[in-house]
Design a protein around this ligand. Structure first.
Ligand code: FE2
Ligand code: FE2
Length: 169
């Protein structure tokens, strides 16, 4: 693996761990506001992000590369109201998609087909995450301004359960 691809994957581990931190922070915010369903949704999301970090880590290790863990920044998305974390999560997913796409571009330019194959799973996954987060915002905009609607939406989000990633390395 060329150094540029390796370094990008190494820093992607940090981005995924930051994502987990960010979603854990959002989860905590909702749970302290007694919206445990929203809290559950974001806690599952945080677990998925840690899975992503582990997959990139395993990929580097499987390729006999060193892994250099970097400091994880504190989450910095403001919680001005119940909608703000949802919008922040969507923006963050767009940022992660751009980051994955950039690694794919560099891997492709260097004919690193194995990394491209790994990243194709993440490209699909980002599509799912953008869709899920966008749906959450749309549901919130439809039902969230009414207390009864918000209550039922929170109940709905409480049903989300964690499942391990479909990719096994
Ligand atoms: Fe991720
Ligand atoms: Fe994500």
């Amino acid at each position: 693996m060329i150094k540029e691809v390796k370094d990008l994957i190494n820093s992607q581990i940090n981005k995924e761990m930051y994502s987990a931190y960010l979603y854990l922070d959002m989860s905590n915010f909702y749970i302290n506001k007694n919206l445990d369903g929203f809290g559950n949704w974001f806690r599952v999301q945080a677990q998925e992000e840690m899975d992503h970090a582990m997959l990139f880590t395993t990929y580097l290790l499987n390729n006999q590369e060193d892994v250099k863990l970097e400091a994880i920044a504190a989450p910095d998305v403001p919680f001005s109201d119940f909608r703000a974390p949802l919008a922040g999560a969507y923006e963050h997913e767009l940022f992660v998609t751009a980051s994955i796409n950039n690694i794919y571009t560099v891997a492709s330019e260097n004919k690193d087909y194995r990394t491209m194959q790994l990243l194709s799973w993440f490209i699909d996954e980002q599509g799912e995450e953008e869709k899920n987060t966008d749906e959450l915002i749309q549901k919130f905009d439809l039902f969230g301004s009414d207390p009864k609607g918000l209550y039922l939406l929170d109940k709905d989000l409480a049903a989300r359960v964690y499942s391990p990633p479909s990719l096994v390395l």
